[in-house]
Design a protein. Structure first.
Length: 363
């Protein structure tokens, strides 16, 4: 996949509906932090040391060749435009901090966009894998396969007592950070989301809104992740998070069911209003779409809206973003009104294609 194809693609392969618990868990992510011996962490390294880190990791990946699970596109961050970096952030392929574009920061993005290898962020190397639904074990196995291959070519900083040495103490030990993206409109609408957020730290987990304000910006999207790695094995971290997410999914489905009985007319009216606006509006802001798309996805999952594929939700979340639209138009100077008009047109097209696709599938 070329850089242009990566930036212009309207799909996220790690965001699908044909996966375990995908009505609530949109995606799973595993990230491994690794560092080379006898070299300072990137925030303390000089330019010569950053270049040495980059060259060593580059050489290791080149030596692996066909042993890597698929082809990767190498992106030198300081050679990308600000707009290109912003699109990569919107697609969750790199972080905002990594996108600062300091010298010798490099990203390797897999052909299916599920895997990112980031050189010289907070750690020398971060291996990130994202997979659809509740699939933490699958994501970890994919990351571990690459980690094992790389470790055969590089001397990694590892202490027999502490485990893998990392830039942040909270990543010490396994160097593993696991997380999931949750769609929780039921818990938000029934005002039970604060119970989840407040009790999660007691389980060694953190829950934060993924987009927007403290209530998820109307998107009702939340990220849940492990907080500590030291003293726990990889399997314990994965299982602890998986079990907690499973419980949240149960509570979310109960909340959605309760909404179907109490306030049913109001809920369905909100769903159909959202669907109507997305289907026919000529101008839409990002904030509006976050809320409206969440209501439509809720309506599809509950069977209120029929004949529309839930896959359209992931496409809308890509098509609604400012930087993606600017890059698609090849004009970073688009006005707010031009972006809003373009956003509305793209979403109308997505819903129209989704309806047509479902009709073909049932005919």
């Amino acid at each position: 996949m070329t850089l242009n194809e990566l930036l212009q693609s309207g799909r996220l392969s790690w965001f699908g509906v044909a996966a375990q618990d995908s009505d609530v868990v949109l995606a799973s992510r595993v990230r491994l932090a690794r560092n080379l011996v006898q070299l300072p962490f990137p925030n303390r390294a000089d330019l010569g040391q950053l270049a040495e880190i980059q060259n060593k990791v580059d050489d290791a990946l080149a030596a692996l060749g066909d042993k890597l699970p698929q082809a990767f596109e190498r992106l030198q961050l300081d050679q990308l435009t600000t707009l290109q970096r912003e699109v990569l952030i919107e697609k969750r392929l790199i972080s905002e901090k990594f996108a600062e574009g300091l010298p010798y920061r490099t990203a390797y993005i897999s052909a299916d966009t599920r895997m990112s290898l980031l050189i010289n962020e907070d750690d020398h190397l971060r291996i990130q894998v994202m997979t659809p639904g509740l699939s933490l074990t699958q994501a970890f196995e994919m990351a571990s396969q690459v980690d094992d291959s790389i470790e055969a070519h590089l001397d990694l900083a590892f202490d027999e007592t502490m485990g893998y040495l990392t830039a942040y103490p909270t990543n010490l030990g396994t160097g593993l950070r696991a997380s999931v993206i949750l769609h929780l409109p039921g818990l938000v609408y029934t005002r039970n989301i604060d119970n989840i957020v407040n009790t999660s730290p007691q389980l060694g987990l953190a829950v934060h809104p993924l987009e927007g304000d403290e209530q998820g910006g109307g998107a009702h999207l939340y990220k849940m992740s492990n907080q500590l790695t030291l003293g726990y094995s990889e399997s314990e971290i994965i299982e602890n998070l998986r079990a907690a997410v499973g419980e949240i999914a149960v509570h979310e489905r109960r909340a959605r069911q309760a909404l179907s009985y109490f306030g049913k007319d109001s809920v369905e009216d909100g769903v159909w209003r959202a669907y109507g606006i997305l289907s026919y509006a000529r101008s839409l802001t990002e904030k509006e779409v976050f809320d409206l798309a969440s209501r439509v996805r809720f309506g599809i999952d509950r069977g209120i809206i029929k004949g529309v594929s839930p896959d359209c939700y992931a496409e809308i979340l890509v098509a609604m973003r400012d930087s993606y639209l600017k890059n698609l138009a090849e004009n970073e100077n688009l006005s707010k009104s031009e972006i809003s008009n373009m956003r509305a047109a793209r979403i109308r097209d997505i819903l129209r294609a989704s309806r047509a696709g479902e009709q073909e599938g049932t005919s």
